[in-house]
Structures are given as structure tokens and as C-alpha cells.
Design a protein around this ligand. Structure first.
Ligand SMILES: [Zn+2]
Length: 253
């Protein structure tokens, strides 16, 4: 195991087999594609180096192997890829109803034009999981514009974007005026949605509020207060289905 001590006093560990497997020499690593050329199947999992040299400025570490292979590493790269338990935890924030007063709020037009505002928005989205964008034009098409700005649309069984409005002849409770309880959309997918973008174009005269909860906070609270219930809910397999009356094709926008 190679131990490296950084300027901030923290120490990172690198098993020798990991260093050989992640060798950055031109024979083992393709720099343009940033991909490994060496095959894992050829790896000797018991490998031990003959010698290790560190440059005077600490910027490079060379590992010398028994077969005369040399693995040159930039210590900055080793720092970037240090193991997760050595990396400071990100600033993930769990929340309850106090978020009502502190909900990260941005203006749609600023996000579309200003790189710094966009970064702030994305960081809040990462840390809190919920943000409010205000003053998007009250017409369709702006969800796609926002998503184009930050990522790309993923398709679901409802299409890329779908319009939810109260109407007759529907196949999902979302299209009724009934109140929906707290729920997670499409949790049974192999690729559940990472991010949902809801754009309210027309607020109904009565009701129509959106209610959110932090599922991680709720789960951790349940785990603490009722471990048995947490165990049942997290380990009992359930069948899910999304069924409704068959709709004519093209019924929804
Ligand atoms: Zn190599």
C-alpha cells in the first residue's frame, strides 16, 4: 500500500494492485480517450513494487515494478481520484418544513443567460434537491429550453414532456382534480428520473398547490424511530404497475 500525505495533513492510501491497474504510461493508458489499454485479466493482484521515487517538488510519483515496467503518476491525479472515504463529504442538505422560508429561488431568465447564476442554481439543486424558478413565460416549450441548458431530456412512458391538466377521459389520476398525496414518480424504472421539471402554466382557482418532502430525511428519520418499519419498507419486494384505460394515440400534447 502506498501512503501519500498531503499538505493539509490528510493521508490517502493506494493499494499497489490499484496503482498497477491505473498506470498512466503510454502502454497502459490512452490519453485522448482517457481509457485504460491494459487488461484487468493480465493484472497480477499480488504485485509489489521494487521501488518508489517521489520528485523533489512532490508533483510526481514513479512506481518501479519487478518486470522493469515504470508507472509515472502526477500526484494531482492521485489526489483527484483518492478513495471516497477520504474525500470530504459534499454539502448535502436534508430539510423539513423550515425550507419554506429558505427555498433556493432563482429567476428563469437569469438562469438562461448568466453562467454564475446557473452554477448557483445547479449547486443548490445538488445540495438541496429542490429549487424554485420564477417568472418563466406562461406558455409551453420552456421546460425543454431549461433542460437543454443544463442537460438533456430523458424519455418515459409519458413521452419527453407531457401536459398535465384536469380533463375528461383520462387514464391517470394526475389528470383529475383529485389531490395527489406525496409520491415519487416512476420509482420502478431501471432509470428513474433524476430530476423532474414542473412548469405551472395556469394555476387553478382552487387548489393546485405543489407539496414536496425530502425522502432521504424521511427515510433516515423512520430508520431511527422505527427500524422495523424501515426494514420492511426497504426490503419487501413489491410489484408495481402503471395501468389505466387505453387512450387513443396523440391524445396528449
Ligand atoms: Zn504502464
Amino acid at each position: 500500500m502506498l501512503l501519500l500525505e498531503w499538505n493539509d495533513g490528510t493521508v490517502s492510501r493506494y493499494p499497489f494492485v490499484w496503482l498497477r491497474d491505473n498506470c498512466r504510461c503510454r502502454a497502459c493508458w490512452h490519453p485522448d480517450t482517457e481509457s485504460r489499454i491494459a487488461l484487468t485479466a493480465d493484472l497480477n493482484v499480488d504485485i509489489q513494487p521494487n521501488g518508489i521515487t517521489v520528485s523533489d517538488d512532490g508533483a510526481k510519483v514513479d512506481i518501479h515494478w519487478p518486470d522493469n515496467h515504470l508507472s509515472p503518476f502526477a500526484t494531482s491525479m492521485l489526489h483527484d481520484v483518492r478513495f471516497e472515504d477520504e474525500v470530504p463529504k459534499k454539502n448535502i442538505r436534508m430539510w423539513g418544513s423550515e425550507l419554506l422560508e429558505q427555498l433556493p429561488t432563482f429567476q428563469f431568465n437569469e438562469i438562461m443567460k448568466d453562467e454564475t447564476k446557473l452554477l448557483n442554481f445547479l449547486e443548490d439543486l445538488r445540495d438541496v434537491g429542490l429549487t424554485l424558478l420564477q417568472n418563466a413565460p406562461a406558455e409551453t416549450g420552456h421546460v425543454a429550453k431549461l433542460v437543454d441548458r443544463i442537460s438533456y431530456l430523458k424519455i418515459t412512458s409519458h413521452g419527453y414532456i407531457h401536459t398535465i391538466k384536469s380533463m375528461a377521459g383520462i387514464n391517470n389520476l394526475a389528470y383529475t382534480g383529485h389531490k395527489l398525496g406525496l409520491h415519487t414518480d416512476l420509482p420502478h424504472y431501471r432509470f428513474p428520473p433524476d430530476l423532474l421539471v414542473l412548469h405551472c402554466i395556469q394555476q387553478s382557482k382552487i387548489g393546485g398547490e405543489s407539496i414536496f418532502a425530502d425522502g432521504f430525511k424521511t427515510a433516515l428519520q423512520l430508520k431511527e424511530e422505527d427500524p422495523e418499519a424501515f426494514e420492511i419498507l426497504s426490503n419487501t419486494h413489491c410489484d408495481f404497475m402503471d395501468k389505466g384505460v387505453l387512450m387513443p394515440v396523440g391524445e396528449f400534447g
